[in-house]
Write a protein that binds this ligand. Structure first.
Ligand code: NFS
Length: 674
C-alpha cells in the first residue's frame, strides 16, 4: 500500500495530454525538468473524491461528514439514503449546490461592491487618480437606478449637474448591497415577461448581501429541507449576482475606466519579452490594474526601466483582470487560469501582481524557484509564504501604490537567475466588444441597433447565438473542450459571445479575428462577419461581464421578431471547462433568465438523480431555461445546436433557414414556379 501511494505521488502529467496548447506543453516540460510541480502534475498525482464530486457529502455539522454514495442498489424513485439527521441525498446535494451559488455570487458581488466604493470616492472627489471617463455611460445607467438626469428650472427642463448625478448614482448603487426593503433596481432592465416570471415565482432579489446570507442560513443544519425551496433561493441569489453585483461592477467600471470598443492585441505566453521588464497582472478587480497600466506608460517609469538596461516595460494579464485591461487598453493576455504557474516558469516575469480570486497558493512556491517578486495587493487575499510581498492598494493614493509596484519590478529586472525560456506562441486578437460596440458595428452611429443581428437570425444566415464562457479545469485537457465547442458552433453558423478564460482560450487559438470567419465558419455566419468586419467569436470581457451577455440578449428581444423573452431566443449557454463556484452562480442566473446552459467536465449533483432532474428538466417549465451536463465537446455543442433549432422551429423561422441553403438550381426552380 505504502509503495502504491509513493508511486501515485511520483506521477507527473503528460504535457501533450494535459493541454492542446504548444506553449503550455513546453512550459510543463520545463517545469518537470527543473523539478517544479505544477497544477497539471498535482492533478495527475491526486484523484478527486468520488463522493464529493457527486455532491452527496454533507459536512454542515459535526455529526458528519455524512457520505451518501450512489451505489447500484439505490433506486432513485425510492431513495432511502439519509444522513444522521435524516437529510436525504437530494437535500444534501441541493445544499451543497446552493453554497456554491452563494460563494460565487459573493465573489462577483464583493468585487462589485469594491468598485462601487471606489466610484463613491470619485463622486465625492476624494481621489485624483480615478475620474469619470465615460459620462455617456453614466447618463445611460442613471435612469435604471432611479436617478434623474434632467431638472426643472423655472418651467424649463435642463441637464442636471454631472457631479450631482454621479453622487446619487454612487449612493443608489451602494444601497443595492444592503437596502432594508424593496427589490434590486436593475431587475427591470430584463424583458418585461421575464421580470413578471420572477415576480410570480417570488424570486425577485431584495438586496445583494441578504440573498447570499439567506443561503448560508437555509443550508445550516436543520433549516431548509426541500430541494425545490433551496433552488428558489439559489435563483434569488444568482439573479442578485447577474442582474445586481456583476452588472453594477461592469457598469461602474465602464463609467470610470471607459466602455470597451474593439481593439487589436495578442495572446499567450509568447507576449512576454526577454529584453523588457515583464509585469504580469493576475486576478479580477481592475481598480489596481488600471492604475498599473497608467503607471507603466509614464516617462518616469519608462526611463527608469531603460536606466536598468531594459528596452521597456511589457505588461501582460492572467485570468479576468487580464480581460479587463485587454478590453479597455489592449494589454495582451499572457494566459488562462491554468497557465499562471507557467508564466513564472518562463523565468522572464519580474513581478506578478495579484489581487483576488483564481490565484493559486502554489504561485509562491514557484516564484521561490525564480527571481519573480510575487506581490499581493488586496486586504482580503494574502498568502502565508514568506517570499510574498504585500503592498496594500488604496484608491486614495492609487498612483503612488502602482508606481511602487512597477519600480519593484524594474529593480528586479537584473536579478533574473535562471535562463529565460519564453515560448514563441502568441496569436493576434480583436477584443473589446460589448453591448454598445455590437450595436454600433451592426447598425452604425446614427442607427445603432440590434435589428441587423435579428434580421440575420430570422433570415437564417446566423442560426443562433451562444454564450461560451468560464474557466479551465485541470481534470480535463487544457483548452480542448473550449476550442472544440466554439469551432463546432461557428461551423454551424452560430455566433459566439465569450468571456472569462474561454475568451482567453479563443484568443490564444486565433479565433478572435475577422479572418477566422473564412476558415472555420459556416457560409451564413462567414458572410455576415465578412460584410460587417467582425470576428465570429466576440470577446465581451471578464466573468462579471457576463452581465453584458444578459443585456445583449435583452436588446435582441427588444429589437423584435424573435419572441418576447430571452427564453424564446435561438440561444444557448456553455461553460466547457468550468471549475469555480462563480461558474455555478453564473450558470444559475443564465438558467433563471431563460437560457439552456450546458456544463462540461463534471456536475456537482450527479449523486442525487431526483434533484438533478429538477435542474435539468423541471426548471424549464418555470423560467424557460434549464441546466444540462455533457463532457464530450462535440456532443456538448450538438446539444446546444439542437436547442437552438428547437427555438427556431417554435419561432417559425426554421423554414427561412432552408431558403438560405438553396443552391442556384433550386432558386431557379423556385422562380419558375412562383
Ligand atoms: Ni471566471 Fe475569472 Fe477564469 Fe474561471 Fe477564474 S479567471 S471570473 S472563474 S478561472 S473564467
Amino acid at each position: 500500500m505504502a509503495e502504491e501511494i509513493k508511486e501515485k505521488v511520483k506521477k507527473v502529467a503528460d504535457p501533450i495530454e494535459a493541454s492542446i496548447d504548444a506553449a503550455t506543453q513546453q512550459m510543463i516540460k520545463r517545469a518537470q525538468a527543473l523539478g517544479i510541480d505544477t497544477v497539471f502534475d498535482r492533478a495527475a498525482a491526486m484523484k478527486p473524491c468520488n463522493i464529493g464530486t457527486q455532491g452527496i457529502c454533507c459536512k454542515n455539522c459535526a455529526m458528519g461528514p455524512c457520505r451518501l454514495p450512489l451505489t447500484k442498489d439505490v433506486d432513485p424513485m425510492d431513495d432511502k439514503r439519509k444522513g444522521l439527521c435524516g437529510a436525504t441525498a437530494n437535500t444534501i446535494a441541493a445544499r451543497n449546490f446552493a453554497r456554491m451559488v452563494a460563494a460565487g455570487a459573493a465573489a462577483h458581488s464583493d468585487h462589485g461592491r469594491c468598485v462601487a466604493e471606489v466610484f463613491m470616492s470619485v463622486a465625492r472627489k476624494e481621489t485624483q487618480d480615478y475620474k469619470i471617463k465615460d459620462p455617456v455611460k453614466l447618463l445611460s445607467i442613471a435612469p435604471h437606478l432611479n436617478v434623474a438626469t434632467k431638472v426643472e428650472v423655472g418651467g424649463e427642463t435642463k441637464d442636471r449637474d454631472m457631479d450631482e448625478i454621479a453622487l446619487e448614482v454612487a449612493e443608489k448603487a451602494l444601497a443595492e448591497w444592503g437596502k432594508p426593503e424593496g427589490e434590486l433596481l436593475y431587475l427591470k432592465r430584463a424583458p418585461e415577461s421575464l421580470y413578471e416570471k420572477w415576480k410570480k415565482n417570488g424570486v425577485l432579489p431584495r438586496n445583494i448581501d441578504r440573498e447570499i446570507v439567506e443561503i448560508m442560513h437555509r443550508t445550516h443544519m436543520g433549516v431548509d429541507q426541500d430541494y425545490k425551496n433551496i433552488v428558489k433561493q439559489c435563483t434569488r441569489a444568482s439573479l442578485a449576482d447577474g442582474w445586481g453585483g456583476s452588472m453594477l461592477a461592469t457598469d461602474l467600471q465602464d463609467v470610470m475606466f471607459g466602455t470597451p470598443y474593439p481593439l487589436q492585441s495578442e495572446a499567450n505566453l509568447g507576449i512576454l519579452k526577454t529584453d523588457h521588464v515583464n509585469i504580469v497582472i493576475h486576478g479580477h478587480e481592475p481598480v489596481l490594474s488600471e492604475m498599473i497600466v497608467a503607471a507603466v506608460q509614464t516617462k518616469e517609469m519608462v526611463d527608469y526601466a531603460k536606466s536598468k538596461g531594459a528596452k521597456g516595460i511589457q505588461l501582460g494579464g492572467i485570468c479576468c483582470t487580464a480581460n479587463e485591461i485587454l478590453q479597455r487598453h489592449g494589454v495582451p493576455l499572457c494566459g488562462t487560469f491554468l497557465q499562471q504557474e507557467l508564466a513564472i516558469i518562463t523565468g522572464a516575469v519580474d513581478a506578478m501582481v495579484v489581487d483576488i480570486q483564481c490565484i493559486f497558493q502554489n504561485l509562491a512556491n514557484v516564484a521561490k524557484c525564480f527571481h519573480t517578486k510575487l506581490i499581493t495587493t488586496h486586504p482580503i487575499a494574502r498568502m502565508e509564504q514568506n517570499n510574498v510581498i504585500h503592498i496594500e492598494f488604496d484608491e486614495h493614493h492609487a498612483m503612488d501604490d502602482a508606481k511602487r509596484i512597477v519600480k519593484m519590478a524594474i529593480d528586479n529586472f537584473q536579478n533574473r537567475s535562471k535562463e529565460v525560456m519564453i515560448p514563441k506562441q502568441k496569436a493576434v486578437q480583436i477584443a473589446g466588444f460589448g453591448v454598445e460596440s455590437i450595436e454600433y458595428h451592426l447598425g452604425g452611429t446614427f442607427r445603432g441597433t440590434f435589428y441587423t443581428l435579428n434580421d440575420n437570425i430570422i433570415n437564417g444566415r446566423i442560426r443562433g447565438v451562444a454564450g461560451v464562457v468560464g474557466c479551465n479545469n485541470a481534470r480535463t485537457r487544457h483548452n480542448e473542450s473550449h476550442i472544440t465547442i466554439v469551432k463546432e458552433l461557428i461551423k454551424n453558423d452560430i455566433i459566439v459571445l465569450t468571456t472569462g478564460c474561454n475568451g482567453i482560450a479563443c484568443a490564444m487559438e486565433g479565433l478572435l479575428t475577422p479572418e477566422t470567419a473564412a476558415v472555420f465558419c459556416g457560409p451564413g455566419l462567414k458572410e455576415v462577419c465578412e460584410t460587417v468586419g467582425i470576428p465570429p467569436v466576440l470577446h465581451l470581457g471578464s466573468c462579471v461581464d457576463n452581465s453584458r451577455i444578459l443585456l445583449a440578449a435583452t436588446e435582441v428581444v427588444k429589437a423584435g421578431g424573435l419572441g418576447k423573452d430571452i427564453s424564446d431566443l435561438p440561444a444557448a449557454g456553455s461553460a466547457p471547462e468550468w471549475m469555480s463556484e462563480k461558474a455555478i452562480s453564473i450558470g444559475h442566473y443564465f438558467v433563471s433568465s431563460g437560457v439552456y446552459t450546458v456544463f462540461g467536465v463534471t456536475f456537482p449533483t450527479s449523486g442525487a438523480p431526483v434533484f438533478e432532474k429538477y435542474l435539468f428538466e423541471d426548471l424549464e417549465k418555470i423560467y424557460g431555461g434549464k441546466w444540462d451536463f455533457e463532457p464530450d465537446p462535440i456532443k456538448h455543442a450538438r446539444k446546444m445546436i439542437a436547442h437552438i433549432d428547437k427555438k427556431r422551429k417554435e419561432l417559425g423561422i426554421d423554414k427561412a433557414r432552408d431558403r438560405v441553403l438553396l443552391d442556384m438550381a433550386d432558386r431557379q426552380k423556385l422562380e419558375a414556379t412562383a
